[in-house]
Each structure stands twice: as structure tokens, then as C-alpha cells.
Design a protein around this ligand. Structure first.
Ligand SMILES: *Cc1c(COP(=O)(O)O)cnc(C)c1O
Length: 392
């Protein structure tokens, strides 16, 4: 007998749960891509995406996942030999650095380890040492999905302005977009990156770049940009096909329309608040469980993501617990990604289409798994999470 039969819950940090409304929006025949509704719909998407990003900058839409968007962002501003600075707080920062290196950039990684946010004063030191302004961009990750660490990016704009350093401030918001407070223009971010399959509740396959004025100017310095990644025709298309560098990702666009409608109906402020409360419920559970035993939230308080939580156990218990929750409870948790011993860790995605019953259900199953596997913990974590959801 297994208790997993029922509606499965994929609680990994992307792809996230797709609302039925998003799934239904895709159930239709292929549309005309030369004229008609799809063209109007795309114009609305671009506008609404920029509203969610908190910017007047236009959105470039790519048929790509997050890795594609990393490359798209860099392909428009880097020539071989250019330098970039990468303050890394987990696997995803290092991953973006590797893409920059593969494109021929000289990459300086400022490694903050996996348990701390980026430190603006250390970034400042490295930028100040770059007297000839060879560093073209600072590549930041708002929420590193491997470690669950969120870094504050506003301080970096002040650092750059204070030094008069022209490097672009780029922000990978792939995990945090639509989940955590972020306003591109207010923060002074030059390029923002996102993808469809996390807070945007849409299948993997669309990537987004918002390109500020400074970034457009940097783009025009390059003699040549690989045509598929060039953002210019995508943000200033002469014809509809140029939005996508070819055939439109038709059904993804309908899905995204439904998701953006849901975001508009709930309101961004309420969405950010919901994510924060549900994240607090997860942390409250972990704090109780960890009072007896090894379980800990990886990120220290004050820099924890509201979209994903990475947790540490020990002795391979992260992987055992994940297995139990999937096989016996119908909840699929995220693997321990990019950690020293991945089997000791697991992650809970709480991004996008998630509510109290989903998160409390997942936490209840985790508590059942801890008990069933005799992993040392203090009981009562799920109840503590319920109290957070009750506003207590
Ligand atoms: C998911 C994610 C990526 C990579 O996205 P893929 O779609 O898996 O290529 C990059 N950065 C962050 C912060 C992410 O969460």
C-alpha cells in the first residue's frame, strides 16, 4: 500500500505547478501566425511582462530555457576578451559564469559560498580595482535556486554609481520572478532575466530579457551579435516573426496569457505577500524539526528566498526523505543541487501556483517521512507552519 495515489504535487523549484487555467489555454488548434488574435495577444504580453518586471524597458522573448537566456544576455554585450564579475551565492551563479567563459569572456568569480548573500563591499573592492573599466558587466543572481539564498541588488547600483563604473548590472531573476519583490527600474538593474517555468507558471520553453537603456547602448558597441540571440529585432520588431526570430511559440503564448491574467487578478503585492507567508511557514516547520536533530534551512535568516528553500540533513537522509515523500506521499521534492554532498540535502519549491493547502500538505508529508524513516527531529513542525498560515 502507498498513500501516493491521488493528485501528485511537484514541489520542485521549476518547472512549477501549472494552473488548470494555464493548461486549458493551450488546448487549441494551431493559430494563424500571419494575422489575427495572436499578434494582438503578443503585444499585450510584452506590456504585461514589463509591468511584472517593474520597468518601462521592453521585453525580448526567446524560445529558450534559463540557460538560453543566460547566453542571450551575454551575447548582446560581450566580445571575446571582455571581462565580467560574477558574485556567486550558489550553483546558478557559477553556471552563468561558465557560460560567460565559454563565450570567451575573462570571468572573475567572487565566491560567497553557499550560505551567505553577496556582499556589496567586496564587489565594490573589485570594481574599484578595475581602473580601466574592463569589466563590462556584473552578473548577479537574485535568488540562487540551489542554496535558496536571496541577495539584495539595490546596493550594487549605488556601488556602480558611486565609483562611476560603467559596468552593466545584470540580474538573473529566473527563480524569483513573479514570487519576490523586484522592481527593475527602482533597483537600477540594466538587464533582467526570467523564464516561463517558475513563478510564471507556464511550461519551460520561454525566456525573457528586459533591456534597459544603458544595455542597449552597450549592445551597439559590438560589431556583431549572433542573430538568434540578438535582442534588437525582438524588442523593436519590424514584423511579427521578429519577436521570436521565426515561428512564434504559439501555445506557450496562450499559456503565458492565462498566467499573466491570473497574476493581474491577484495583484503583485498580494502575490509577493503570499509567497512570503508560505516561505515563513516552511521555515517555521524546519525550525521545530531541527530543534532535535540535524535538519537546518541552508540560508541564514535575512537572506532566505520566498520562492525556494534548500534544507540540509546529513548521512544521505535528504535523498531518503525525498524518495519516501514521492513514493509514499505523492509529493516530489527538489534534489540537493550543487551542494558538497547532494544526498544530504533537499529543496522545497514554493513558487507560483501554490497555496496554504499545498505547502501545508507537503510539510505534513515531510514530517510523516521524517517519522517513518526514524530521522531524528522534533515533532510539530507542520503544526507550527499551520500557525504561520493562520497569521499567528
Ligand atoms: C532555473 C534557473 C536557471 C536555469 O534555468 P533552466 O531553464 O533550467 O535552464 C538559471 N538561474 C536560476 C536562478 C534558476 O532558478
Amino acid at each position: 500500500m502507498s498513500l501516493a495515489h491521488g493528485r501528485p504535487y511537484l514541489a520542485i523549484p521549476g518547472p512549477s505547478v501549472m494552473p488548470d487555467r494555464v493548461i486549458r489555454a493551450m488546448m487549441r488548434p494551431a493559430p494563424n501566425i500571419y494575422e489575427g488574435d495572436l499578434l494582438d495577444l503578443t503585444g499585450g504580453l510584452v506590456r504585461d511582462l514589463s509591468a511584472v518586471a517593474g520597468t518601462t524597458a521592453p521585453a525580448a522573448i526567446y524560445i529558450a530555457n534559463g540557460h538560453g537566456i543566460w547566453e542571450a544576455a551575454l551575447a548582446n554585450i560581450l566580445a571575446p576578451g571582455d571581462r565580467v564579475l560574477v558574485p556567486a551565492t550558489g550553483r546558478f551563479g557559477h553556471g552563468w559564469a561558465e557560460v560567460a567563459r565559454a563565450l570567451g569572456a575573462e570571468v572573475e568569480v567572487l565566491d560567497f559560498g553557499g550560505r551567505a548573500p553577496l556582499d556589496p563591499t567586496r564587489v565594490e573592492r573589485d570594481l574599484a580595482a578595475d581602473a580601466h573599466h574592463r569589466i563590462r558587466a556584473v552578473l548577479t543572481v537574485h535568488v540562487d535556486t540551489a542554496t535558496g539564498i536571496r541577495s539584495e541588488l539595490g546596493a550594487l547600483r549605488e556601488v556602480l554609481d558611486g565609483l562611476g563604473h560603467p559596468a552593466l548590472l545584470m540580474a538573473d531573476c529566473i527563480a524569483s520572478f513573479g514570487c519576490e519583490t523586484f522592481q527593475m527600474d527602482r533597483l537600477g538593474v540594466d538587464v533582467t532575466l526570467a523564464a516561463s517555468q517558475k513563478g510564471l507558471m507556464t511550461p519551460p520553453g520561454l525566456g525573457f530579457l528586459w533591456v534597459g537603456e544603458r544595455a542597449e547602448a552597450a549592445r551597439s558597441r559590438l560589431d556583431r551579435v549572433s542573430p538568434y540571440w540578438d535582442w534588437t529585432p525582438r524588442i523593436r520588431p519590424q514584423g511579427f516573426y521578429q519577436h521570436f526570430g521565426g515561428t512564434a511559440p504559439t501555445h506557450h503564448l496562450y499559456a503565458l496569457r492565462a498566467a499573466l491574467d491570473m497574476i493581474a487578478e491577484e495583484g503583485l503585492a498580494a502575490i509577493w505577500q503570499r509567497h512570503e507567508t508560505l516561505a515563513r511557514a516552511v521555515w517555521a516547520a524546519a525550525e521545530i524539526w531541527g530543534a532535535d536533530g540535524a535538519l537546518r534551512v541552508n540560508a541564514p535568516e535575512g537572506c532566505r528566498s520566498h520562492a525556494v528553500t534548500a534544507l540540509r540533513l546529513g548521512g544521505g537522509d535528504g535523498e531518503r526523505l525525498r524518495r519516501w515523500c514521492a513514493d509514499e506521499g505523492g509529493v516530489t521534492l527538489g534534489i540537493g543541487l550543487g551542494m558538497d554532498v547532494p544526498e544530504d540535502h533537499f529543496r522545497i519549491g514554493h513558487m507560483g501556483h501554490v497555496n496554504a493547502h499545498m505547502v501545508l500538505g507537503a510539510l505534513g508529508v515531510i514530517e510523516a517521512g521524517l517519522a517513518a524513516l526514524r530521522i531524528p527531529h522534533r515533532p510539530g513542525g507542520a503544526m507550527a507552519a499551520a500557525r504561520v498560515c493562520a497569521g499567528l
